[in-house]
Design a binder for this molecule. Structure first.
Ligand code: SAH
Length: 361
């Protein structure tokens, strides 16, 4: 059988694996064992799956394959953050980040190679969209990081805040969450997963109906459409009022809230008036605000506000009874901080640029 026809175990939800096993004359329940090997023990070689029969191991070796991203580079920041450059089966490269003690252990995972959203202050946005990641590649980052950091069996959080816009790759992202959540696999609770989005409205409304509901973070960045439109091109299609309205309707569990991320840019969106407008906008929304002082980079035409301006902005929000935190920048020395993930030499082609102009969806 050619490799192309072989199902990739990394891409299969457990139920699909059960069906694939059944169609080859094996019992469905073996899917649980296989999931435990792959996700709990980090074992991918069928030969090493010692509680499976010789026949089943032979079937796995002959009729299936499993792809795993390869670590090309691993860099460690002075603050303990680690950035991984990973190579996928087709040679494309992505970055994933491990952030310790936030207070938990956090994996920051990519959902696309590049990104189509082109936010004005984000380096990944400069790459354009190269392609979507598959569910197996999204989960594969967790598999690789868990191994490299010897964290199999440890609890960790996952934030979909690496390269890409998760809601622009909706189906594969949701499939990845289901695989991560599988009780025989990593069994990551959706409460430990945060999906960060620029606010693709139709996808956001679809997300509101999912059985598996991650925490939601909205990249807001400005209190008015005029300002936000300059920073987040997608705002011209889906404006602030509609996004906030969708957030108000979003089914939140008791005590949970939506995080609003706000990149602070000196002289652009960091004035006291901006803070007051933001407070007004979020009044009555079950929210918390996460201020992210800009991580400056060459080619990014903005500056980080002064510490005083950051404090003043945060204080005004707090005075308006909003819960506010200022994101501590991690891994800046290795360019692993928010908006700094980029893989050189992977720019999209002009044809891809045109294809992504309509924002897919
Ligand atoms: N596309 C999703 C996921 C990316 S998350 C989203 O936009 O939400 C990355 C977070 O870092 C987003 O809130 C993004 O706006 C923010 N970010 C991007 N570039 C940044 C920069 N240069 N400095 C600080 N934060 C940045």
């Amino acid at each position: 059988m050619s490799t192309a026809a072989r199902p990739d175990l990394a891409e299969l939800e457990r139920q699909t694996l059960e069906e694939a096993l059944a169609s080859r004359g094996h019992q469905r329940f073996h899917a649980r064992q296989i999931f435990r090997w792959i996700y709990r023990h980090g074992v991918t070689a069928p030969d090493a799956m010692t509680d499976l029969s010789r026949e089943l191991r032979a079937t796995l070796a002959e009729a299936f394959t499993i792809s795993t991203p390869a670590i090309v580079e691993r860099e460690r920041s002075v603050d303990g953050t680690e950035k991984f450059l990973l190579r996928l089966a087709d040679g494309q490269r992505i970055e994933s980040v491990f952030i310790p003690d936030t207070p938990g252990m956090t994996f920051c995972i990519s959902t696309q190679v590049g990104c189509a959203m082109a936010c004005a202050f984000c380096l990944t946005g400069k790459m354009g969209l190269v392609r979507n990641l598959t569910a197996g590649e999204i989960v594969g980052q967790v598999r690789v990081l868990a191994d490299a950091l010897e964290m199999r069996g440890t609890r960790f959080n996952i934030v979909l805040m690496g390269m890409g816009e998760p809601l622009h790759n909706y189906d594969e992202t949701m499939k990845a969450l289901r695989i991560l959540n599988d009780e025989h696999g990593f069994a990551v609770s959706p409460r430990r997963i945060t999906l960060s989005t620029v606010g693709l409205l139709p996808a956001l409304e679809r997300l509101a109906h999912e059985a598996l509901m991650p925490n939601l973070a909205i990249s807001l960045h400005a209190p008015t459409d005029a300002q936000r439109g300059e920073l987040v091109p997608l705002n011209k299609k889906y404006g602030i009022a509609d996004i906030i309205e969708a957030c108000r309707r979003f089914p939140l569990k008791r005590r949970s809230r939506i995080t609003f991320e706000y990149v602070l840019l000196a002289g652009v969106n960091d004035s006291p008036d901006d803070a007051r407008r933001l407070a007004k906008l979020l009044a009555g929304v079950k929210s918390k605000v996460n201020l992210i002082p800009l991580n400056a980079a060459p080619g990014i035409p903005f500056e980080r506000p002064s510490d005083e301006a950051i404090d003043r902005f945060a204080q005004i929000l707090a005075d308006h009874h909003l819960t506010v935190s200022v994101r501590k920048s991690r891994g800046r020395d290795i360019r692993a901080a928010c908006g700094q993930l980029i893989v050189e030499g992977q720019k999209r082609s002009p044809a891809q640029q045109l294809a992504t102009l309509a924002f897919g969806n």
